[in-house]
Ligand binder design. Structure first.
Ligand code: NIG
Ligand code: FE
Length: 424
């Protein structure tokens, strides 16, 4: 057994809820508990991959007296936070879109660019031209950035292949990436990310349901690839509500959880539809209706808020305050992709606070325990609690809030990132 002690910390951020829920909702989002130590420091003990004890330096030293400790990490002057869980990213692609960024700054909208063959269509073409090696190098480099910015678990979507052989290639590369970098990866199948040039949305819907999802099932059954969720870009001019519903249900039938893009640029009724079919999560929701908020609150469907995207596109932010007050569980992601080119969860939390009116505690809960729950992994990840995996960030700062407050300066604040108890 490998035993690691982190000692001397000034704060350890945990949760103080007194129910067994796997996430924090409504007022409970403030149940981020901070253990502080005025006299002496705080310790956290890890055995193999798991957190086994949290307490003052003195108490932990007493409890583990005489036992062998393999590694010791000095966290004097530091705060220990749970590793961030990014609930929504698109990390596998080739070719950037900086030329479109300039167009958007000059006033072009996301859909105008997409209709002209830019946007996702452009990235699909560039991705097709890249070799496996190039794609893997790009993917691993992005995952590495995330890890160093404190993200220890990330949802990764396919979606720049669209057609089966191309999507299959992205799936295989995502699976391969696991052996190159110790970040947790949850794979989401997102062939319905756009409509390819040679097909209509209806033809593509049929293709995904009758061909792609069948082939995907084989891969999953043969344990070749571990795929968790099914996604669709449900949007006016992309996949309509009925096409989206059919694709999502087909994915659900092969055991995938429903986790999709909805009500982003236009109101489509995605929230209502997703809640009805048992979606675990719906992302974006900038244009959600009051009815949609009620439906998601009742179904306890996660709203995955992506403030980077609203910021880049200069669109209205989702009504997060209303969602939290209504009891919708809220999670956060970066949406890292060639449109919203940023993968730092600390920036996502800052934008969530400033632009979506979330409190610091709500933003942290959304970026950790709730984003873990939005991926179905909060029994093991997303908070510093005894029995959970030791995915941690050790930050050199006077109090934990600095990771959000010092906008964009996370690289100077984060001293160590631990994945499953090991410094990475
Ligand atoms: O979540 N809306 C669809 N998908 C991404 C954008 C991907 C892209 O533009 O390449 C999103 O914003
Ligand atoms: Fe997205």
């Amino acid at each position: 057994m490998l035993r690691t002690l982190i000692y001397g910390a000034r704060q350890i951020v945990t949760v103080t809820r007194n129910n067994n829920e796997k996430f924090l909702c409504g007022k409970d989002m403030h149940a981020i508990g901070v253990i502080k130590s005025d006299a002496g420091g705080l310790s956290l003990m890890i055995e193999n991959e798991n957190i086994v004890a949290i307490g003052t330096d003195d108490a932990i030293a007493r409890d583990f007296e005489g036992m062998e400790i393999d590694n010791k990490i000095d966290a004097s002057g530091c705060c220990i936070l749970p590793g961030f869980v990014d609930a929504h990213t698109h990390p596998i692609w080739a070719g950037d879109r900086v030329h479109e960024y300039a167009k958007k700054l000059a006033g072009a909208t996301y859909m105008e660019i997409m209709r002209e063959g830019g946007g996702i269509g452009f990235t699909v073409e560039q991705t097709k031209l890249a070799t496996d090696e190039e794609l893997l190098i790009g993917l691993v480099a992005r995952l590495k950035r995330m890890l160093h910015a404190g993200t220890t678990y990330v949802e990764c979507k396919t979606g720049y292949g669209l057609e089966w052989p191309d999507e299959l290639r992205l799936l295989k590369l995502l699976e391969q990436a696991r052996s190159y970098i110790p970040i947790g990866i949850s794979i989401t199948y997102c062939a319905a990310h756009a409509v390819p040039k040679n097909k209509t949305a209806e033809e593509m819907t049929e293709d995904i349901i009758n061909k792609q999802i069948k082939a995907l099932r084989q891969l999953i059954d043969n344990k070749e690839i571990d795929v968790n969720d099914i996604d669709v870009f449900c949007e006016k001019g992309v996949y309509d509500i009925e096409q989206s519903r059919r694709i999502l249900l087909a994915g659900q039938q092969i055991g995938l959880s429903i986790n999709f893009h909805g009500d982003e640029l236009n109101y489509t009724g995605s929230a209502e539809m997703g809640a009805e079919i048992g979606a675990r999560a719906i992302s974006h929701l900038e244009c959600i209706s009051e009815e949609g908020i009620r439906a998601m609150a009742n179904a306890k469907t996660f709203a995955v808020i992506l403030p980077h995207t609203g910021y880049i596109l200069r669109i209205e932010m989702p009504p997060v305050r209303k969602m939290i007050d209504a009891g919708v569980p809220v999670a956060l992601g970066t949406d890292a992709n060639p449109n919203a080119f940023s993968s730092a969860m600390s920036i996502s939390m800052n934008l969530a606070c400033v632009l979506c009116h979330m409190s610091l505690e709500e933003a942290l809960a959304a970026a950790t325990i709730n984003s873990a729950a939005a991926l179905g992994i909060s029994d093991k990840y997303g908070s510093i609690e005894v029995g959970k995996k030791a995915d941690l960030i050790i930050c050199r700062c006077p109090s934990w809030e600095h990771i959000i407050y010092q906008f964009g300066d996370h690289t100077h604040i984060i001293r160590y990132v631990l994945k499953h108890g090991e410094v990475v």
